[in-house]
Design a protein around this ligand. Structure first.
Ligand code: HEM
Length: 117
C-alpha cells in the first residue's frame, strides 16, 4: 500500500509538472495545450486517490488535513474548469481570454497550499 501511495505521489507531481510547466512554456500565448488539460484531470484523480489511500492507511505518516484538502479540491476544480473550457474554446477557434492564466495561476496557488500549509 505504501508503494501504491508513493506511486500516486509521483503521478501527482508529474501532473503538477504538466500543468505548471505547460503554462510556463506557453504563457505568452493563449492556447490551453493538451498537457495542461490532462495534467489538470490527473491532479483531481491522483489527489482524490491519495486521500483515499491515506484514509485507508491512517498511520503516523499518512494523515489527511481535511481543511487543506477541501481548499486544494476547490482550487483544483477551478484549474480543471478553466482548462476544460479554454481547451474547448480553442478547438472551436474561439478566443480563450485569460483561461490559460487562470488554470496555470490557480495550479501554482495549489502548489503553494500543498507546500506551505
Ligand atoms: C492543480 C491541482 C493540484 C496541484 C498543483 C497539487 C500539488 C501538490 C504538490 C506539489 C504536492 C506535494 C507536496 C508535498 O509533498 O509536500 C501535493 C501533495 C498532495 N496533494 Fe495535491 N495538488 C493538486 C490537487 C490536489 C487535489 C484535488 C487533492 C485531493 C482532493 C490533492 C491531495 C494531495 C495530497 C493528499 C497530497 C499529499 C501527498 C504526500 O503525502 O506528500 N491535491 N499536491
Amino acid at each position: 500500500m505504501d508503494l501504491v501511495y508513493n506511486i500516486l505521489v509521483a503521478l501527482h507531481l508529474l501532473g503538477m509538472a504538466a500543468v505548471v510547466g505547460g503554462w510556463i512554456a506557453v504563457r505568452a500565448g493563449r492556447t490551453v495545450i493538451a498537457p495542461i488539460l490532462w495534467g489538470a484531470r490527473a491532479q483531481l484523480v491522483t489527489g482524490l486517490a491519495l486521500v483515499g489511500v491515506a484514509e485507508a492507511l491512517k498511520d503516523e505518516e499518512h494523515h489527511v488535513n481535511n481543511a487543506k484538502i477541501a481548499v486544494k479540491l476547490v482550487i483544483a476544480l477551478v484549474v480543471l474548469a478553466a482548462a476544460e473550457v479554454g481547451a474547448a474554446r480553442g478547438r472551436k477557434g474561439r478566443d480563450t481570454g485569460s483561461l490559460l492564466d487562470v488554470a496555470g495561476g490557480a495550479a501554482v496557488v495549489n502548489v503553494l497550499v500543498a507546500a506551505i500549509w
